[in-house]
Design a protein around this ligand. Structure first.
Ligand SMILES: [Zn+2]
Length: 197
């Protein structure tokens, strides 16, 4: 009997490897993107291991992902660190995100992931988003506590062979892929706790 019954994949930063994975496997996953950087290949986010930042998804890609059952999540306006900005700026960025998500995918997403996994102004972000992704290690521990479930966070620096190999193994094990938002709704995972007023 396979140990893993559910898998949650989250892809950060909105690179085209996300749409490639989704098109290849047709399994739901969550794509945390920064609206201010969608389709913007001129603004480097970071460069790791020789990867250049030239391959960001466009809104068209993201609309396709949504149509295929994927979840779009927010990853800050331009990947800003909420632990490093003041409250006024945080609010401005959150509103920019609302405007852009509204324009392109019709509404604000349910899920949010902090850039570099560094929370800040959690109460404020919690007023905008229902589910906030804990740091991956914590998320994984939570998932595992709840039963046979695994969480994977993929981003540009991830080895694509690992990504595809892991995905194929999970499919062979008949794991059910669920989005981060769905996993939160099903109480398979507790998002970062926020004080809601
Ligand atoms: Zn990121």
């Amino acid at each position: 009997m396979a140990a893993t019954s559910k898998a949650v994949f989250t892809f950060d930063d909105g690179f085209v490897d996300g749409i490639a994975w989704m098109s290849c496997f047709r399994r739901p996953a969550t794509f945390f993107v920064s609206p201010g950087l969608v389709g913007n290949n001129l603004m480097p986010l970071y460069v790791i291991g020789g990867y250049e930042e030239e391959f960001r998804m466009t809104w068209k890609h993201l609309q396709k992902i949504k149509a295929m059952g994927g979840e779009i999540g927010c990853h800050g306006w331009m990947h800003e660190r909420y632990d490093q900005i003041d409250r006024g700026s945080a609010l401005t960025f959150l509103r920019h995100c609302d405007d852009e998500f509204g324009r392109w995918i019709g509404k604000r997403p349910d899920s949010f992931a902090f850039a570099d996994h560094k929370p800040g102004h959690l109460d404020l972000v919690g007023q905008f988003y229902k589910h906030i992704r804990p740091i991956p290690a914590t998320a994984k521990a939570m998932f595992l506590k709840k039963g046979a479930i695994e969480v994977f966070v993929w981003h540009k620096a991830t080895d694509p062979d690992d990504l595809y190999g892991t995905t194929r193994t999970l499919i062979q094990k008949q794991a059910e892929f669920v989005t981060f938002g769905q996993a939160c709704k099903d109480e398979l995972i507790e998002p970062l706790a926020v004080e809601r007023t």
